[in-house]
Design a protein around this ligand. Structure first.
Ligand SMILES: [Zn+2]
Length: 436
């Protein structure tokens, strides 16, 4: 077969191409979409805009969706929701219907109705039985009108348990050890939508005992935690993130959670907090553990400070979990086998024979709206700095050398973690390649 002559990289790229084009073509379709469309339109016809928005929000939440998007095009307005990280078209609205929704959303979120040419954002509360849902509304003027994205924040939802974060035992061992330490910094890293918040809150809730004072600085507060002092930063009031952080330190906390390290100032304040006896948890927008080390170096933090302050980096992504209702194993073709061998070689896991890898296909399934997936799980790489790694950082060793040293011990890279989870049948290789 000609594929044998091709390099591993080309093989992986080819597989990626094949998967992505398939993903695009795949349609999400369900009777549920039709039903909500009818309900929303009926309410709008009767001028019950509040009810239309209420129904749509509940429906989106039930579907496990975090955002509702309204997109204005030349001759249509499309309503879309994000389900398990993927945007899905739900239905279209007429100009008249959208106008009613737009006005109601702007009014509810205290935005200026007459301003249509600059972006605005604020939030409103939606009461659903005994629950309180925060809806963050942001508008964005475009060529054809104002687009709106509503982010649904269910701050009362239960924090998931440490056991449910889908760590493999090596990662779990590293992390369990890291969070018992007192004065270090733990960073959770990844792009937007990679599940950093969930990990951070789960770690925080594990640390949450009455004898400790925990203060958080967030933007926005996504979960409400009992016995934790939570503050929401609003830089519009002229008080910077760093100024908030300094104020926290005067409140005598044991543990600090800073939502995001945005700049050198925040980084320096956060590291000095950890050097002066606080456990600091935070996030950084980076792609991997290696990328995190490079970013911190590039921000200009001195290596000896980094080596003394940082303890653990958790880099992560979310992959969709195979829908348990329609999971169906399929036979491997020679093509599949050649492609999988290529991938295993690329990530240095040739030892795990491809015969262990299972492939799945989808079937008609209303549980997952024929998307093949339901909910998501995390894939991780976790580095905890050993004395040897700290020495290497102090001596300005290259990131590559540091990562190689960590791999000698127990570092599993994110892609490997994903493939291992695919082997176990929790997700698919296609999905791991899609997010990596
Ligand atoms: Zn299914």
């Amino acid at each position: 077969m000609p594929i044998k002559k091709e390099s591993k990289k080309i093989i992986t790229e080819k597989l990626k191409e094949k998967i992505l084009s398939w993903e695009e073509k795949k349609t999400y379709f369900s009777d549920k979409f039709k039903k909500i469309e009818e309900k929303v339109k009926e309410s709008l016809k009767n001028r019950q805009t509040d009810e239309a928005l209420y129904d749509l929000s509940i429906w989106a939440l039930v579907l496990g969706s975090s955002d509702i998007h309204y997109e204005v095009y030349e001759n249509k307005v499309v309503v879309r929701v994000r389900i398990d990280g993927i945007l899905v078209d739900i239905f279209e609205l007429t100009d008249k219907e959208y106008k009613a929704i737009l006005e109601r959303l702007k009014y509810s979120a205290n935005l200026k109705l007459n301003i249509v040419d600059v972006p605005q954002d604020w939030k409103y509360n939606l009461k659903i039985k005994d629950k309180k849902l925060d809806v963050r509304v942001s508008t964005f003027p475009t060529k054809y009108g104002e687009n709106v994205v509503c982010r649904l924040l269910d701050s009362t939802k239960a924090i998931i348990d440490f056991e449910d974060l889908w760590f493999f035992w090596t990662s779990k061992r590293i992390l369990s050890k890291a969070i018992t330490k007192k004065d270090w910094m733990i960073l959770v890293t990844g792009p937007t939508g990679s599940g950093k918040t969930t990990t951070l809150y789960t770690v925080l809730s594990k640390l949450n005992t009455p004898e400790k004072k925990i203060i958080t600085l967030e933007d926005p507060i996504e979960y409400e935690l009992p016995w934790v002092i939570q503050a929401e930063v609003d830089e519009k009031k002229g008080f910077t993130f760093q100024a908030w952080l300094k104020a926290i330190l005067r409140q005598d906390p044991d543990i600090i959670m800073v939502w995001e390290i945005r700049d050198k100032d925040t980084l320096e304040t956060a590291t000095s907090a950890s050097l002066t006896g606080h456990l600091v948890l935070s996030t950084l927008h980076t792609k991997s553990a290696a990328d995190t080390l490079d970013r911190i170096k590039n921000m200009g933090l001195q290596p000896y400070i980094l080596a003394s302050a940082l303890d653990t980096i958790i880099a992560q992504r979310l992959v969709r979990r195979i829908c348990p209702h329609c999971k169906t194993q399929r036979e491997k073709t020679p093509w599949d086998i050649a492609l999988m061998q290529g991938i295993m070689e690329e990530i240095g896991m040739k030892g795990i024979g491809v015969e262990n890898l299972k492939l799945y296909t989808w079937k008609w399934c209303d549980e997952c709206n024929n998307s093949w997936y339901k909910w998501r799980i995390g894939i991780y790489e976790i580095i905890s700095l050993s004395p040897k790694l700290r020495d290497m950082i102090r001596e300005w060793a290259s990131t590559e050398k540091i990562i190689n040293e960590a791999r000698w011990w127990d570092l599993i890279l994110m892609k490997e973690d994903g493939i291992l989870k695919a082997i176990k049948g929790f997700t698919t290789i296609e999905e791991v390649l899609r997010v990596m």
